[in-house]
Design a protein around this ligand. Structure first.
Ligand code: NAD
Length: 485
């Protein structure tokens, strides 16, 4: 049991109000750490520190910022083992994902360091009597609000991009999984990041989160989380008309055609919803659209994939799927298991939870485990087909033609990602053009890289991160017109 205070102005501090929140290990259901229950005055302290640090950091030449970021990346690598273990203990992500996520985060910091060195101005020739150009400048203080499903990776990615662009940052980590982020803060100053440039304030979304969103000295919020919270943040941020970057939820279709390599497709589809964070990923392929001629055969292949998944302690290298991250999320997922049956979907496999999966003497019997579960229905309007469950629960739907598959795929308010499994090149291109999704994978699923843009369409978000232009999100334009006659 350990306490992990806020990180404000280069110091670790408890909440001013003295209150703490428990952090629970979802593999056992036991409290293992405490984080501060931050409130508005903690947020104000953090924003004040970020504001004081902003002019100095913005004036630090981009090459120097890049060198500091590279030093941070080295330090993250040096402490990777400790960091991924804390992340996995906090949110239940299996080591097979938690470890590469930290190393990927270090590489992403380096990518952003490289981009810092390429920030340029643009000269525009309008008149021989004038020198006209446009420069890009940091916003000043930006807020970063992070969800619990990949806290550390998102912290490393967002904060390094914001810093590369010359902003200072106040981070509000997820109240259910803040510890790895607070541990990562220990290495910021040794890397040369000045005090106040990065501040971390924990607490509930409705208190600490909203105080950050409403703060008039915060020019921009980068929010990753649910679509419902994204809507609320949009309303609360009107105080100073903040720039909002919203990366939200999904209900992504994974579409399997009869001509695909079905063994590869079954492995990829199962990884997309089960072993991939136990379905707790914005890009989870939670709707599996299967061409009707292979529906039964493919579902059997999925059953085989699910049977081979090993649920267990996230820190055990043999584990391929961890628990759901916390108690209320566990209750929500179990609620959808009941709802699916009440709505008339057929349970194909899975459905057992918690104590049904482990020996009662095992500490894991108290954990929030849900086994890989598949339902089948032809009706995409069921709530289990429309609502983001965020657990290892998929729905299989049959389709009869390319256009039927497209109709089903796009019949959702979300537009984050889609998967296609086919060897027909013409169909591939037609489907890619018709899918309303920020990312389309073909004969693979859930592959992300910081060099490729990532974002959502429709209610999955309004901003694209990653890619060669990702710093644009963290910079604003200033145009200059010098009349010289
Ligand atoms: P959430 O919206 O409940 O919370 C996300 C963060 O927002 C947390 O830090 C929370 O404390 C904070 N928050 C909550 N209410 C707030 C408020 N009123 N004001 C300010 N902050 C507030 O989401 P979650 O349950 O933590 O995460 C799961 C969701 O995140 C899923 O919908 C998932 O699809 C989405 N997600 C999206 C992406 C993406 O890139 N599109 C990536 C990961 C997760």
């Amino acid at each position: 049991m350990s306490d992990h205070p806020h990180y404000i102005d280069g110091e670790f501090r408890p909440a001013r109000g003295g209150q703490w929140l428990d952090s629970v290990n979802p593999a056992t259901g036991e409290v293992w750490a405490r984080i501060p229950a931050g409130e508005a005055f903690d947020v104000h302290d953090a924003v004040a520190a970020a504001r004081a640090a902003a002019p100095g950091w913005a004036a630090t030449p981009p090459m120097e910022r890049a060198a500091i970021l590279r030093s941070w990346a080295r330090s993250v690598r040096d402490h990777a083992e400790e960091l991924w273990r804390l992340d996995a203990t906090d949110n239940g992500r299996a080591s097979t994902e938690a470890r590469p996520a930290v190393l990927g985060g270090a590489a992403q910091i380096e990518f952003h360091a490289g981009l810092a060195e390429t920030i340029t101005a643009e000269t525009v020739s309008i008149s021989p009597a004038a020198h006209t150009y446009s420069v890009r400048e940091p916003f000043g203080v930006v807020g970063v609000i992070i969800p619990w499903n990949a806290p550390l990776a998102m912290f490393l990615a967002k904060v390094s991009a914001a810093l590369a662009a010359g902003n200072t940052v106040v981070v509000k980590p997820p109240e259910r999984a803040s510890v790895s982020i607070l541990a990562a803060a220990r290495h910021l100053s040794e890397a040369g990041i000045p005090r106040g440039a990065v501040n971390i304030v924990c607490g509930e979304g409705a208190t600490a989160g909203e105080a950050l969103v409403e703060h008039r000295d915060v020019a921009k919020i980068s929010f990753t989380g649910s679509t419902a919270t994204g809507r609320r943040i949009t309303q609360r941020s009107v105080t100073n008309l903040k720039v909002l970057g919203l990366e939200l939820g999904g209900k992504s279709p994974n579409i399997v055609f009869a001509d695909a390599d079905l063994e590869a497709a079954a492995a990829g589809v199962a990884a997309g919803i089960f072993t991939g964070s136990a379905g707790q990923a914005c890009i989870a392929g939670s709707r599996i659209l299967i061409e009707d001629s292979i529906f039964d055969e493919f579902v059997e292949r999925l059953r085989g994939q699910a049977a081979a998944i090993r649920l267990g302690d996230p820190l055990d290298p043999e584990t391929t799927m961890g628990p759901v991250a916390f108690d209320t999320q566990y209750d929500k997922v179990r609620g959808y298991l009941d709802l699916a049956e009440a709505e008339g979907a057929r349970r194909v496999f899975g459905g057992r939870c918690g104590k049904e999966l482990f020996d009662p003497a095992s500490p894991l019997a108290g954990g929030y485990f849900v086994e890989p579960t598949l339902f089948a229905t032809p009706d995409n309007r069921l709530r289990v087909c429309q609502e983001e469950i965020f657990g290892p629960v998929a729905v299989a739907l049959p389709f009869s033609s390319d256009s039927h598959a497209l109709d089903l795929a796009n019949d959702t308010v979300y537009g984050l990602a889609a998967g296609l499994w086919t060897n027909d090149l013409s169909r591939t291109h037609r489907m890619i053009a018709g899918l309303r999704a920020g990312t389309v994978w073909v004969n693979t699923y859930r592959r992300l890289h910081w060099a490729l843009p990532f974002g959502g369409q429709k209610e999955s978000g309004n901003r694209t991160s990653n890619g060669p232009h990702t710093l644009d999100e963290w910079l604003e334009h200033k145009s200059v017109w010098i009349e010289h006659g």
